[in-house]
Ligand binder design. Sequence first.
Ligand SMILES: CC(C)(COP(=O)(O)OP(=O)(O)OC[C@H]1O[C@@H](n2cnc3c(N)ncnc32)[C@H](O)[C@@H]1OP(=O)(O)O)[C@@H](O)C(=O)NCCC(=O)NCCS
Length: 184
Amino acid sequence: MTALPILRTPRCLIRLAVPADAPQLLAYRLENREHLSPWEPMREASYYTLSECSRIIAEAEAAARADRGYSLLLFNTDAVEIIGSITLSNVARGPFQACILGYGVGARWQGFGLMKEALEATLAWAFGALGLHRVMANHLPDNERSARLLERLGFEREGYARAYLKIAGSWRDHVLTAKIRSED
Ligand SMILES: CC(C)(COP(=O)(O)OP(=O)(O)OC[C@H]1O[C@@H](n2cnc3c(N)ncnc32)[C@H](O)[C@@H]1OP(=O)(O)O)[C@@H](O)C(=O)NCCC(=O)NCCS
């Protein structure tokens, strides 16, 4: 099993959630409901409950131990507060060695370069200890902030997929991008 990460950057700490994080995760979800909903799948009412946050944390832990995916929380080291999330999902091994990257930062924390800082550390871990060769990230064509962020991180556009993901209740086209481990 890959050692589970605790990643530190100058301003952030990135790690898997533990059961004690559930109340803070719920607070993050509630505070950022409007901010995140245009970019995410439609959420059931239960998504905004403590029991669902606890369940998702347990599920994420099991997924990480099975090397299926890594749902990481992003903390601000000054405020010791959840400020965002980063997910490496659909980990594929064998000849592919790839995963899909997802991320979001709280509305109060946008525009400070925190996600770029956190993703640089996460990608270094993904291409290092986790041993991945390719990280894929897909965004809505009108998600300019996300497009800019991926470009700055060295992701390259690989394609355009019609009706790719059901976001905020409708099937939406996505721009497909990926970053390949530089030594490969
Ligand atoms: C996509 C998202 C994570 C981008 O967040 P972000 O804060 O804009 O991204 P970065 O961490 O790269 O920060 C860059 C911004 O910080 C500013 N900044 C300030 N200080 C900085 C620093 N020290 N270093 C880098 N950037 C800095 C940059 O100028 C830039 O602002 P601008 O875009 O207004 O010019 C965020 O908009 C978000 O969570 N959106 C909702 C969810 C979402 O879309 N998820 C992705 C789905 S594909």
